[in-house]
Design a protein around this ligand. Sequence first.
Ligand SMILES: [Fe+2]
Length: 229
Amino acid sequence: MKAIHYYLLTGLFTLSMISCNNSNAKNNENNNSKNKVNMKFEKVALPYATDALEPVISKQTVELHYGKHHQAYVDNLNKLVVGTKFENADLETVVKESDGAIFNNAGQILNHNIYFTSFKKDGGGEPTGMLAEAINEQFGSFDKFKEEFNAAGTSLFGSGWVWLAKDGSGKLSILKESNAGNPLTSGLTPVLGFDVWEHSYYLDYQNRRAEHLKEVWKIVDWDVVSARY
Ligand SMILES: [Fe+2]
């Protein structure tokens, strides 16, 4: 009898441990799932050191712009999408289909991901390949394109972005977008975007947005930008 009693107790103990382990596994799974949702949207990795864009954009501006402003959009969106239809959507879908606070933060994540990957240390020069041909054909020359682009960025009232975008046939256009606007919402593909929110230039250029825009061309990574065309 003692032996039977012992085996019964051992069996019950084993079952209880399995149940407990399963319960812990489920809790871990739930916690991981919550963490995954909270970490769903992330900012792009910075492909250069924070001081690599000096003197055009200072280390301090990159640290604040990328480290604080961009991070805040990511943190906000990860909180905002919980429990919405965008919880498992990709970033571009969120930008195309959302509005209000979700759109503002998603748009800014996408915009800044494009922006920060458009530069490199000792960049500048001119675009290459098909993008260069399209710019020359549509704007007359690279210099005329830059003039038009800078004029759009300088005249944009308030905060926003100036974009070079392409349509399905490869036709280029320069767009002025307020706040978090992106060419995607007009069915266009963004090729190059300059941030004209004051947080992108005020520490280095104060109110001289036009001067900042003239300088930014010196750090453009045309290999990356041309490949978007
Ligand atoms: Fe910005």
